[in-house]
Design a protein around this ligand. Structure first.
Ligand code: UT7
Length: 343
């Protein structure tokens, strides 16, 4: 006798969020402090970006230091210190070689685990989440620590007012565990994309194999982060909106189902435009850009950590994550916020 067919498909193995943490350097830098040396003003920065202050790591503090801080808090929040893999999304590794993730893993007492960096600029954290979800789905790992960490201040041209006022340093992290796709905290589906034809819009020109530093003195501007702000603004709105719509369609969610849009904190005006384009009320956008600026790959996990700590993200809340960055790259995913202890 054959068994009756199940009334619903068996749950799929999925990555489930089970811990979150963040870490900021101690020094907050106000708009006034920057405006004093750049031809800018607190009023311009607030009105054009929504930023009030950002944090800059002092010399001697590296990306790994912030990553370890955020990683340790996320592991503590998850209730157990062990994972099978550590993924670090960053544009500002401690050095070009080796990757920073193994050192972070070692300092967290995780020597022996798989550890690697993910490079997709401000989309890096969403790419790393998707990679971690793949490791879990294929049984290569049961638990993964995913960190986004940046010391973006180390790339900034101190004389470029269009970038110096936007970016800040910090790190955020989540722990994912194997679970099933039906339970709160399960990540996915994902939407990921890139357009390398517009790599010119966000660049650090020197220091790689294209413009080598060995034996050549690069123009100092080429060592710094450069961005075509207006074009990037337009692409960011367009790509994040399209990606968010795509992932909602895959998930079977309507825009009205989204309780919290946690977008990459690039610029408050960008997130507001994305919310308008997708049809999500602006009041449902979580934003911490006023306090931390644009922290690139750290931006989404730092926002998740703050929204969780503030009690904005509560168990059962439906969350849409969407990011855009250099490459160009973009990506989105959704989850229902799980029950997590608050710090
Ligand atoms: O993280 C992912 C990648 N990054 C982003 O998504 C950021 C995308 N871009 C932006 O957020 C905005 O384009 C910026 C904040 C960078 C610039 O804002 P904007 O409203 O697009 O300004 P703009 O570049 O069109 O410049 C308008 C004016 C210019 O002066 P003129 O030519 O009109 O006289 C700029 O020189 O504002 C001037 N300006 C400033 N003025 C005071 C540019 N930066 C500043 C500044 N302070 N910091």
């Amino acid at each position: 006798m054959t068994a009756p067919p199940p009334s619903r498909p068996a749950p799929h193995r999925a990555a489930v969020l089970t811990g979150v943490g963040g870490c900021l350097p101690p020094t907050a830098v106000s708009n006034d402090e920057l405006a004093a040396r750049l031809d800018s003003s607190d009023a311009w920065i607030r009105s054009r970006t929504g930023i009030r202050q950002r944090y800059f790591a002092s010399p001697g503090t590296a990306t790994s230091d912030l990553a370890v801080g955020a990683g340790a808090r996320a592991l503590k929040s998850s209730g157990t210190p062990d994972v099978d893999a550590v993924l670090l999304a960053t544009t500002t590794p401690d050095r070009p070689c080796p990757a920073t993730a193994p050192a972070v893993a070692a300092r967290l007492g995780l020597t022996g685990t798989a550890a690697f960096d993910v490079s997709a600029v401000c989309t890096g954290f969403v790419y790393a989440l998707a990679t971690a979800a793949g490791l879990i789905a294929t049984c290569a790992a049961d638990r993964v620590l995913v960190i986004g960490a940046e010391t973006f201040s180390t790339l900034l041209d101190p004389d470029d007012r269009s970038t110096s006022v936007i970016f800040g340093d910090g790190a955020g992290a989540v722990v994912l565990r194997a679970g099933d796709a039906e339970e709160p905290g399960a990540l996915g589906p994902f939407d990921l994309g890139s357009d390398g034809g517009r790599e010119d819009l966000i660049t650090v020109a020197a220091g790689g194999s294209r413009q080598r530093l060995s034996g050549v003195a690069p123009k100092s501007a080429d060592r710094y982060f450069a961005m075509a702000g207006k074009d990037v603004f337009r692409h960011a709105v367009q790509r994040m909106s399209a990606s968010a719509r795509a992932v909602l369609a895959r998930a079977g969610w309507e825009p009205g189902d989204v309780d919290h849009l946690v977008g990459h904190q690039a610029n408050l005006r960008i997130t507001n435009h994305v919310a308008d384009e997708v049809g999500i009320p602006r009041a449902r956008c979580f934003s911490n850009i006023a306090d931390v600026g644009n922290t690139a790959a750290a931006s989404i996990p730092l926002a998740l950590d703050q929204a969780h700590a503030d009690g904005v993200l509560r168990a059962g809340g439906r969350v849409l994550l969407t990011a855009f960055g250099g490459g160009l790259t973009w990506g989105s995913t959704v989850l229902t916020w799980p029950e997590l202890d608050r710090p």
